[in-house]
Ligand binder design. Structure first.
Ligand SMILES: [Fe+2]
Length: 496
């Protein structure tokens, strides 16, 4: 048997002495604070060593000469225009953008055309920055372009986007409910998982409450950081939620001062709702974005006018406060009474909402707001003020959540699928007269799915698709976060 050589006793003493000396030296180093971080990190071997300085939002989200928060949106027709907005420090007085049709090699850059940006200064709670905006126009439909933004000296990398096709080709988009909280640590995985599932999605629709504190520049920094370069490659369609409403000292609320400088959106909504109430067509679908925080009657008329002229077979509406809430205490009766009759009248296909921090999806039949409709004896637990059953208008309503803040739900008989404590994203694909909807969990499992088949002039046919996992409900005894009432949740009161 082979034995390890024994260590002479004097060597043991020497080794032990060296360890003592090393410990003393480390302690002295920490006391002298020669290098705060290194010394303390060595002495205290925990997860959160005391004395390690937390970075301040003002440092992390400071603007610089180099463009950041680069985001594509549409202010005009997605077949021929593309808007881009970005941020720099105030040292950049004139923003510039360059664009060329993308080529297989680097030769596109030699043909790039330059455009001067519109620039505005925004004084936030952390800093003053310049936001720059350009709308590329007269683009060719169905074409891939490369672009970059900067000041002529400091440029972003070249990004690419593709204009919408005029032909009715199949396309997908991604819909997110409230992101709102822990955007950097907990929401980032959702938007990135969604992208990995649908990398060719044509746009990202955010149904309000992108952030929690309307004027927190750090939270907006986290939101932009979570999407990162995706925002510069895939257009975004933002909806204003109640958490994008900033409370003024006199008690009134208004859309955060970040909204208009950082998103370039259509200004064709009712007066006072420029860039928060808008519509656009994407191939064979019309999308209508409403601002459910304010001016409901004005938007009711506007919505009716837009829908009366619509020629697209598919119509999808998105706004923040749900027509049918997932929790009993969070009903939005006034909103439902104002907008549902219009959605019914024009048989809107799909309504994408947020606000309730849970999941709920209806079938084609939902309680009606029409007092002459037949009694809804089969409908129990309907929201306050709703006593009749819809006469099969065929709109599917969805409430979803993508961030980590969760409320509980109240079971509703007209909800086909509900869920609690589940972060989700939705991939919606339109292919001719078929629409496929998939709600996926943050880890990519299909939580809910259905298909709509359209017959023009008739209600849609809905085909349920088997999800991959069971409905997720929190055990009643351990429910940690009851849903607050709709009015209590927000800094701004939701619907008037
Ligand atoms: Fe929310």
């Amino acid at each position: 048997m082979l034995h390890a050589p024994s260590v002479p006793q004097c060597s043991n003493i020497l080794y032990s002495s060296r360890r003592v000396v090393a410990r003393i030296l480390l302690a002295v180093a920490s006391l002298l604070a020669i290098n705060d971080r290194l010394a303390i990190a060595v002495v205290h071997d925990g997860d959160h060593p005391p004395g390690v300085r937390a970075l301040k939002p003002a440092e992390v989200y400071a603007p610089s000469l180099l463009p950041d928060r680069i985001i594509l949106t549409w202010a005009g027709d997605p077949t021929t225009t593309q808007s881009v907005t970005w941020r720099t420090s105030t040292e950049v007085a004139t923003g510039k953008a360059q664009i060329a049709e993308a080529t297989p090699g680097p030769e596109f850059a030699k043909k790039a055309k330059e455009q001067i940006a519109e620039s505005v200064a925004l004084k936030s709670d952390l800093n003053t920055a310049h936001f720059h905006s350009v709308t590329f126009k007269e683009l060719t439909p169905g074409t891939k372009y490369a672009y970059r933004v900067g000041d002529g000296t400091n440029w972003s990398e070249w990004f690419q986007f593709t204009t919408a096709d005029v032909l009715e080709k199949p396309f997908s988009f991604i819909y997110f409910g409230d992101a709102q909280n822990d955007l950097r640590s907990m929401w980032s995985r959702v938007i990135r998982e969604a992208y990995s599932d649908a990398p060719k999605a044509k746009f990202l629709l955010h149904a309000g409450d992108l952030i929690n504190t309307a004027q927190s520049d750090g939270e907006w920094g986290e939101w932009f950081g979570a999407g990162g370069w995706l925002n510069a490659m895939i257009p975004n369609v933002p909806v204003a939620g109640n958490h994008e409403q900033h409370k003024l000292p006199e008690g009134k609320t208004q859309l955060t001062h970040h909204w208009r400088p950082q998103f370039t959106l259509p200004e064709h909504g009712p007066e006072g709702l420029e860039e928060s109430c808008y519509t656009f067509e994407y191939q064979n679908a019309r999308f209508i974005i409403l601002n459910s925080n304010t001016k409901i009657p004005e938007q009711t008329k506007w919505l009716d006018a837009i829908l009366s002229k619509n020629t697209k077979p598919w119509v999808i509406c998105s706004f923040h406060h749900p027509v049918f809430s997932t929790a009993k205490s969070r009903d939005n009766a006034a909103l439902r009474e104002a907008w549902k009759p219009v959605l019914d009248k024009y048989r809107v296909d799909l309504v994408l909402q947020g606000h309730d921090h849970s999941y709920g999806r209806t079938g084609l039949d939902t309680p009606s707001t029409d007092p002459d409709a037949k009694p809804a004896s089969a409908v129990e637990n309907v929201p306050t003020g709703v006593t009749h059953r819809d006469d099969h208008h065929g709109t599917v309503y969805v409430v979803s959540v993508s961030g980590p803040k969760m409320y509980n739900i109240t079971q509703k008989p007209f909800m086909v699928r509900m869920g609690e404590d589940t972060q989700l994203y939705q991939i919606i694909t339109i292919d001719g007269l078929k629409l496929r909807y998939e709600a996926r969990t943050a880890n990519g499992q299909i939580y809910d799915a259905f298909q709509l088949d359209k017959a023009i002039g008739e209600p849609n046919r809905l085909i349920e698709i088997q999800p991959e996992i069971e409905e997720r409900r929190r055990p009643p005894a351990t429910a940690p976060t009851p849903a607050p009432s709709s009015n209590a949740e927000a800094a701004a009161s939701p619907v008037k």
